[in-house]
Every structure is written in structure tokens, then in C-alpha cells.
Design a protein around this ligand. Sequence first.
Ligand code: HEM
Ligand code: HEM
Length: 465
Amino acid sequence: MRDPGLIAAPSVDPATVRVTFEYVACATVWLLVGTLAGLIASIKLHWPEFLPYAWLSFGRVRPAHTNLVLFGWASLVLVGLALYVVARTSRVPLWSPRLARVALGLWNLALLGGLVTLLAGVNRGPQEYREWVWPLAVVLAAAVLIDGYVAYRTVAARTLPEVYVSNWYILGGFCYLPILYVTSYLPFYQGGIGNTVVQGYYMHNAMGMWFTQLALGVSYYAIPRLLGRPVYSYALGVLGFWTNLLFYPLIGAHHFIFSPVAWWLQTTAILFSVGMMVPVWAGTGNLLLTFKGGSGMVRRSYALPFFVVGLIGYGLASTQGTIEAFRTANIYLHFTNFTVGHSHATMYGFIVFIAWGAVYGLVPRLTGREPSPLAVGVHFWLALVGILTYVIAISTAGILQGLAWVAGQSFIASVIAAEPMWLWRTVGGLLMAGGHVVFAVNVWAMRPQRVVVPAPAPNAVGMPA
Ligand code: HEM
Ligand code: HEM
């Protein structure tokens, strides 16, 4: 099947344009706040006297960072883009932009409440990525359900017989996140070993069944659209979708290798982590092969290089995850900073780069306004050099920690070994933060005009008409 973007599509209605842009703009604000929290957390690890206030202590700033960058930035930007993609690939206007705007209000309310309560020290304890107290979780869940409903009604109203592969991924993500979120908040899973198993299930499925699904769904639309050619293999896209669904839900216990979680469940998680190589390489290979012969386009476009980095990040960092899951590797790497390196290599190196590529590739078509290519280039290089510095430094710290612990050295020896790397992490973080500020300026430059004009000339943004 051809990419639907290549067939003449109806012009985008102004309400869809506005609401998509509002999601991207709000996400950008949360990106800046979340980045600031990450930077503060990072500085505190090598300069503990920095900002010595209780509300800015490491234990409060860290979850503020993770929740803001995961739910405020990555989720909101991908939901905004996904709502646009479902409308375009279904050849209909978005079903109820007004309801989508209500959902955006709920997202922002939950995020603001989450930020205030976490900094005030009000949380549910060490339940990673689900630290928010339940009333805020209910508001967030309502927002996700509404967005999912809007996406579903849009696809249901499509004027084509097929459901394009992007929509499989996007609707899949919207179905799975509520299941995950409700499971993780159920009162009878909040203690003992059951809580640990649910924590692993929730943590990695949020990554694989939410962020990955939305990022791949948006990529399956945007990449062929930008390159002006169909996706390399439609069948591989569908294979990736079903195998992701098959393997992901059972890999959660790989977070707790050598823990009191049942040994057979750990082994199952390791086996399924190996199985994950099927969807990962089906997706990475399929989308990278779509670029075959298009290196000239990549050089001319400012959006496509973000996708290239994001796809390479997806393939390599996920393979790293599979290796980390093996007991022989995990014995050295678990509890160390190596996991933080993997988190940023995947979430940033894959998800965030894809989101940026899609913003730069799709938003100018919507609003008729482009950012300065120079500013996009500055953003790209700051983010790329920043994340490489971050990941290399913190992964080295993790290896040094693991080696020290396995050798039976004192804990403080591992702290002394890792400390210079924490400083380098801050250097990388500062570069990334600089890139985020430039990105915010670029988003402002792409804001919709009062009267929506036709999309810019194809050559300007390297897209087919
Ligand atoms: C083949 C696919 C993948 C496998 C097998 C895998 C494996 C792992 C393993 C074994 C850990 C735990 C390490 C430890 O604690 O000892 C981990 C942590 C993590 N992974 Fe992955 N990974 C994969 C892909 C991804 C992707 C695509 C993302 C993001 C979209 C991601 C995000 C994370 C995050 C955020 C953590 C840290 C969780 C925490 O402890 O807070 N992973 N991964
Ligand atoms: C905007 C993109 C970013 C995303 C999606 C992101 C994501 C994450 C995630 C998932 C974790 C949990 C890691 C784990 O438990 O394994 C984390 C922790 C952290 N992040 Fe980020 N991050 C981003 C940017 C940054 C930046 C720019 C900095 C600045 C240095 C930063 C500094 C930190 C620190 C210090 C931690 C705590 C690590 C620890 O507990 O040792 N992050 N981030």
C-alpha cells in the first residue's frame, strides 16, 4: 500500500492545525521545565551544596524531572502529532478538536499538580513514574482516554477502506496505556513482591507500548511523506506491531534479575527480551530501508536527520537493552548508572529525536511557517553532541561502579570512581538544555498564522507536495 500522504489529501482544517500546535507548544514548555529539573538533579550529584532547599532536594527533583519529560514533554508532543496523523491518514478532519483541547487542559492540570506535589514532598513513595498521588493520576488517565477516543472516532470516520499502519500503532498505544496505568494504581498491587512485578511491567511497557507505539506510528506516516515514497515494506510494519505486542508485555521482570521475583519469571523476561529483537529490527530496518537512495534528500531536509538519529538510536539502544537483560551482564550493570545511560539513549536518542523530526517535518506544513534552517541545525548538533556526552559519561560511570562492586570494594570507592563522569553528564546536559531552548524558539517561529495559508513549497522543507 502507498503512503497515504502521497495521495492528494484534503487541506487540513484550521481547528486541527490549532489543536495540534497547542499540544506541541505546551509540550515544549514542559520540556524546558523538565530539563531544568534534570540539570538541577545532575549538578547535585557532583556539587551536593547546590540549591540546598528541601523542595529542591535530589529525591524531589528527580521524579519531577522524570514525570515532566515523560508525561509533559514526550507524551504531549507525540499525542499532538498522533492526532494530526490519524486525521491525515483517514482523510477526514480530526473528530472533535474541542474535546482534544479539553484533554490538553486535563494533561496540563495533572502535570502542574504533579510538579507542585512532588516538589512539596507529597508522593506515593518509590514507585517509579507513578509517584503522583491518585487524584492526579485519575486526571491524567481521563486525558489519555479522551485523546484515545478522539483518535478512535477519527479513524472510524475514515473515507478509506484500510486502516493505515500508523494508526495500528497509535490506536494500540492509546488502548495499552490505560490498561497499564490502571494496573499500576490498583490497590492490591501496592505491596510486596506483587508490587515489584507490577513495577517492572508498568515501567517498561510505558516505554514500549506507549512511547514506542506513538513514535513508530508517527514515523510510519512522516518518513514516507518527507521522502516522497512509500514505506519500504508495509508487511514488516504490521509484523513489528504484532511482535511488539507479543513480546513487550512479558519483559518487565528483566528490571529485577537476581531479585526475589520468581526465577522462572526472570528467565521468561530474558527470553522475551531476546524476542524483542524481532520488532526492534523489523521497525528500524523497515524505516531505514525506506531512506534507501535518498541520501540527497536527507542532506537537504532539516527534519530527516532527526529521524535517522532516532532510528539508529532505536535499533542500537534496544539491542543494548537485550544484552543488559542477560544475567551475565546484569550482574555487573544492575543498580548502576549504566541503566540511566540506557534510559537516555532510548528515551532521548530514539523517542525525543523522532518527535523533533516529526515536529520539524509536519508542523511547517500545517502552519505555513518554517523555522530558520540554521537554528534547526544548531538544535540538532547541540542535542546530538549533548546526548552522546551524557550517555558515554554515565555509562562509563556505571561500568566503573559495577566493576568496583563485583570486586568487593567499598561503596565510597565506586562513588569516587564515578564522580568525574557525573560532571561530564552535567556538561552534556547543558548542551542538551541549550538545544531545547533553541527548539523552543523554533516552535515559536512555526506558530500558526491567523489565516492558514497553503503549505510551503515542497523544496523548502524537502517534502513531496
Ligand atoms: C529490546 C528492547 C529493550 C530491552 C530488552 C531493554 C532492556 C532493559 C533492561 C534489562 C533494563 C533494566 C536494567 C537494570 O535495571 O538492570 C532497562 C531499563 C530501561 N529501559 Fe530498556 N530495553 C529495551 C528498549 C527500551 C526502549 C525502546 C526504551 C524507551 C523507549 C527503554 C527505556 C528504558 C528505561 C527508561 C529504563 C530504566 C527504567 C528504570 O529503572 O527506571 N528501553 N531496559
Ligand atoms: C528531555 C529529555 C529527557 C528525557 C526523556 C529523560 C528521561 C529520564 C529518565 C527516564 C530517567 C530515569 C532514569 C532511570 O531511572 O534509569 C531520567 C533520570 C535523570 N535524568 Fe533525564 N531525561 C531527559 C533529559 C535530561 C537532561 C537534559 C538532563 C541533564 C543533565 C537529565 C538528567 C537526569 C538525571 C540527573 C537523572 C537521575 C539519574 C539518577 O538517578 O542517577 N535528563 N531522565
